[in-house]
Design a protein around this ligand. Sequence first.
Ligand code: AMP
Ligand code: MN
Ligand code: MN
Length: 321
Amino acid sequence: MNQLKKRFWQEVTAANSIMIAGHIRPDGDCVGSCMALYQYFSKVFPNKEIDVYFESIPEQFGFLESIQKSKTECSDGKKYDLFVVADSSDKERLGDAKVYFENSKKTICVDHHISNLNYADLNIVEANASSTAEVIYQLLEEEKIDCEIATALYLGIIHDSGVFKYESTSRKTMEIAGVLIEKGVDTAKVIDETFYQKTYIQNQILGRVLLESMMVLEGKGIVSCVTQRMMEFFGANSGDLDGIIEQLRLTKGVEVAILLVETGILTYKVSMRSVKKVDVSEIALKFGGGGHVRAAGCTMTGTFHDVINTLLGYCEIQMNA
Ligand code: AMP
Ligand code: MN
Ligand code: MN
């Protein structure tokens, strides 16, 4: 880490213009990580040109003050000296921001996905870390972290650790969170308002998905689906589905949970979660996706039953191994 940290700061110091971006459909870790870097760089290097881009800004993250300064358009295709990517395991997940990756003189990727493809000039990837925010914290100087930066990092950590409960939560995660709390983070607000709080529509769609779920693999698996018709009926967008897969995973007796979200004709965005045996990242990788051992995703085509049968086949092989 020390060597990587040194190289990271060499690149950042040498650049006059820096663009920061995460992945498509930004989640808490992506937003928190990018905003922490954006605020830290802006504070430490007031004379550099620093920008941050998000495909969209989910409403629950709007409380981060500086997020209003972020770009949500990248058609300018500007050439930056340095492009820093946070929380994206491959180039495709950058979405439109890929143009900055291609055009920038230097690229750095900071991440924690076991499936990371090491696609940047400098890759700082810690697969054991709870979140990209945890990896970023280790690149920063503690005394330069103010309350706003700490809040962004804390946001990233709680989202990807499921509020400190997933396996990836370590002593280090908790110690970092402790430092951030001392910086004045309003922890109850961040946890309740960005993680647990649900809108009425989110509750309704969660209820519908749970109602239509099916137990499989003799009670060790659970599957469900969100169709485009359901999304239209509820007036929901993809962000309204956060947390549904976790509720499926928490079903008693379940080792693996799979949620298919219909994104087009015979096309599904697949979310997978496991409890302690199945390596869902390995399965997602077979279909061009990726993620972590206990949380992964990919896109697949076919009927609901074909996709589910294919995935359950791989789950069964691992469960019987
Ligand atoms: P999700 O089920 O969408 O919450 O994703 C769970 C984890 O898998 C996240 O860490 C994502 O970064 C990763 N992931 C989901 N979909 C993909 C994909 N198509 N390609 C690579 N990684 C993915
Ligand atoms: Mn993410
Ligand atoms: Mn992450």
